[in-house]
Design a protein around this ligand. Structure first.
Ligand code: Q9C
Ligand code: ZN
Length: 721
């Protein structure tokens, strides 16, 4: 349905007119760099470009006092000395004669974006604005922010469209205290912020930025702060925060709209944040949010002061909003102490034949991997505090506890590469070849060149005519399947497993699979021949391995046993979600029962499936809905949508031949980038399902670090419904 990009050139007008080292980083070039990046990547051209209008004073009044608005209006006519004097009355703020104009455009851009999304003109979008907004308060400018763009947008969405539940995700590296104050007693707005905190020693030095601020009155439980007490947080930490903290709450909250305070000073290289998350991390964070609220995601720029890092991160976000696959998440997920024993090497055959397989192995290539597992720091205490009386699902995800509770969120990566000089880090500083970064293309562009976008985003190989399915436009229906001679020769030894008709279906699947492994197709959906599902899956896995897949993540639902002839050599991570008992045959062979409720299912995806998948860093994901899989359509769609992330979108979904057209259509849509349907009424996980999950997490956590949430849970637990 499209992505809006809201902008106005005038917003580059406001700038610092005097010397102030604290404020000079908030410069017009930020917008120029972000927009140039989008143009160079051809992304701007793919968006619906909207020219921002100026918010009315009435709209500003949704959040700000009349006196404050009048004060800012007055700055239009002040001389430099007066501007400077007024700026001093606030913390980390500068005014310029164009500030009022720009700040009204920034608010207008956010409102226009919300209108475009809530009227159904577009699915999602980004407002590229200056000045930023999240520090701004009812009657105060603060931290470069004049009007609170996102807060006004949320009020507008409530007032004009009658929304009852809005999620604000503030991933800027600073605490959006302005937004927190504005909604602290409002249960219709769930505010989540992570931020550099360092036990209160980082700007804005507020106690209420800490984890124990949970909101007030009716709004108790609807403010969630995740303060980082160390710098150097990276991809795995951000991912863990989303999977363990934000998403369990967000699913239960079931927002109608997601607003993102999209600050990119939380990205690598930023002088303010000193964090390590790479630009593609923001693609993944975006994709994770897109499964909420029917995909209605409105992002509004906040901070971000390293121009190249900012531009790349913005590109990553927009690309993902457009529905493109996310590049694999780079950097050590540090899943496994044994990782040096694994065979990460490059097959010569792989390199020559299947260029699309190269990218996922880049972070592990011999030159860029130190081979040293990064030690966990152990005593970092990044805490999050929640009013668990409200958050049923959250409590259950962690074993079920009541009342307010402080949880340690362990940083998965140690911040070992932090430069104490307080200066900009080079992007991807762990790469030794990066010393000459100045005269090279950026690492990001290098990687893009390695991983060309496949010509076909999504293809299906089905045994029923396409016309009966109403597939979304753009999904390729592969009718004929002229197998290559080489594939035919490969399939011959397996032929005896299949009847004639099943063999024809298998050939279709292999045709699609070769396309995916070849880099011609990104994601696929195929029908497994009736009565031969397990055999088909076995052949598919063998084919992936024979074509050089290094790591294959297989999620099998229903009656699909792990093929017996598979070596347990770490190349396949097999997860069976069935009616059976939880069990770990090895760290690569896991069985978990199918949870009976939506809450249990979410806990399973967020607490087990995705941490395993992201930790494994597969180059391909296979998700198979076998006989008696027991999943409802929306649950199957959610699982599939979320499994697009870990392998750069390279995913093959397998359904039974006689699956209902509705399931097939839904899966084709999510593979193509559409949001999964709503999960329906929320029912909490059963104690039995949670027990199984906790058992598996406990067993597997030593090997799969992303499973680890270092929360020694206090005392006996009683559940509050
Ligand atoms: N070195 C936004 O990112 N200065 N505002 C902090 C610490 C103020 C940040 C100084 C930073 C304001 C929107
Ligand atoms: Zn910031």
């Amino acid at each position: 349905m499209g992505t809006a990009l809201v902008y106005h050139e005038d917003m580059t007008a406001t700038r610092l007119l005097w010397d102030d080292p604290e404020c000079e980083i908030e410069c017009p070039e930020r917008l120029v760099a972000a927009l140039d990046g989008l143009r160079q990547q051809g992304l701007e051209q793919r968006c619906l470009r909207l020219s921002a209008y100026k918010a009315s004073e009435e709209e500003l009044g949704l959040v700000h006092s009349q006196e404050y608005v009048a004060l800012v209006r007055k700055t239009q006519t002040l001389d430099q000395g007066e501007l400077q004097a007024l700026s001093k009355q606030f913390d980390a703020v500068y005014f310029h004669p164009s500030t009022f104009h720009c700040a009204r455009l920034a608010v207008g851009a956010a409102l226009q974006l919300v209108d475009a999304v809530l009227t159904g003109t577009v699915q999602n979008g980004l407002a590229l604005v200056r000045p930023p907004g999240h520090h701004s308060q009812r009657a105060a400018a603060n931290g470069f922010c004049v009007f609170n763009n996102v807060a006004i947008a949320a009020k507008h969405a409530k007032q004009k469209y009658g929304l009852n539940r809005i999620l604000i995700v503030d991933w800027d590296v600073h605490h959006g205290q302005g937004t927190q104050y504005i909604f602290s007693d409002d249960p219709s707005v769930l505010y989540f912020s992570w931020h550099r905190y360092e036990h209160g020693c980082f700007w804005p030095f507020l106690q209420e930025s800490d984890a124990d601020a949970v909101g007030q009155g009716q709004g108790r439980g609807f403010t969630v702060n995740l303060p980082w007490n160390q710098v150097g947080m990276g991809n795995a930490d951000y991912l863990a925060a989303f999977l363990n903290v934000l998403l369990p709450l967000a699913f239960e909250f079931d927002p109608e709209l997601v607003l993102v305070s999209a600050g990119f000073d939380s990205a690598i290289g930023d002088p303010e944040g000193q964090m390590q998350a790479t630009p593609e991390c923001f693609a993944h964070l975006t994709q994770l949010l897109q499964v909420l609220a029917g995909g209605r995601v409105c992002a509004v720029l906040e901070g971000g002061y390293h121009l190249e890092s900012l531009a790349q991160s913005v590109c990553m976000m927009v690309q993902t909003l457009l529905g493109d696959s996310t590049p694999p998440l780079l950097g050590p997920m540090m899943p496994c102490q044994r990782f040096e024993d694994w065979s990460w090497g490059w097959g010569v055959e792989v390199e020559g034949r299947f260029p699309a397989l190269l990218l996922p192995t880049v972070p592990w290539s011999p030159s860029s991997v130190s081979g040293q597992p990064r030690p966990l720091t152990g005593q970092a205490s990044n805490k999050v505090s929640l009013n668990l009386g409200w958050w049923v699902n959250f409590g259950l995800l962690f074993g079920g506890c009541h009342s307010e509770l402080l949880l340690d969120v362990a940083p998965v990566l140690s911040p070992s590469t932090y430069s104490s000089e307080g200066r900009s880090l080079p992007l991807l500083s762990e790469d030794p070849t990066n010393e000459v970064a100045g005269d090279r293309l950026s690492p990001f562009l290098d990687r893009l060149a390695l991983c060309p976008t496949p010509p076909v985003h999504t293809a299906v190989a089905l045994t029923v005519p396409a016309a009966t399915l109403a597939l979304p436009p753009g999904v390729l229906h592969q009718e004929g399947s002229p197998l290559r001679e080489e594939t035919k020769a490969w399939v011959r030894p397996h032929e005896s497993l299949f009847q004639d008709k099943a063999l024809a279906a298998l050939e279709k699947i292999l045709y699609l699979l070769d396309g995916i492994l070849d880099g011609q197709v990104n994601s696929g959906l195929a029908a497994m021949p009736a009565l031969a599902a397990a055999a088909t899956l076995g052949v598919i896995i063998q084919r992936c391995l024979s074509l050089g897949a290094q790591r294959l993540f297989c999620v099998a639902l229903g009656q699909l046993d792990r093929p017996l002839d598979l070596a347990d050599d770490g190349r396949i991570l097999w997860l069976n979600i069935t009616g059976e008992e939880a069990a770990t045959q090895s760290m690569f062979h896991i069985t978990t029962p199918l949870p009976g409720t939506t809450g249990g299912f979410l806990s399973c995806i967020l607490g087990l499936v995705l941490p395993l998948a992201y930790g494994f860093q597969p180059d391909m994901v296979l998700v198979s809905l076998g006989p008696a899989h027991g999943l409802q359509d929306p649950h199957a769609a959610l699982l599939t949508a979320m499994l697009r992330g870990p392998a750069g979108g390279r995913i093959l979904a397998l359904v039974e031949e006689d699956s209902i057209p509705h399931l097939v259509r839904t899966l084709a849509r999510v593979l193509h980038g559409e949001a999964p349907p709503n999960l329906g009424p929320f029912l909490m996980a059963s104690p039995k399902d949670i027990q199984a999950l906790m058992y598996l997490k406990g067993k597997l956590e030593p090997q799969w670090k992303l499973l680890q949430v270092a929360a020694p849970l206090p005392g006996p637990c009683s559940l509050v419904a």
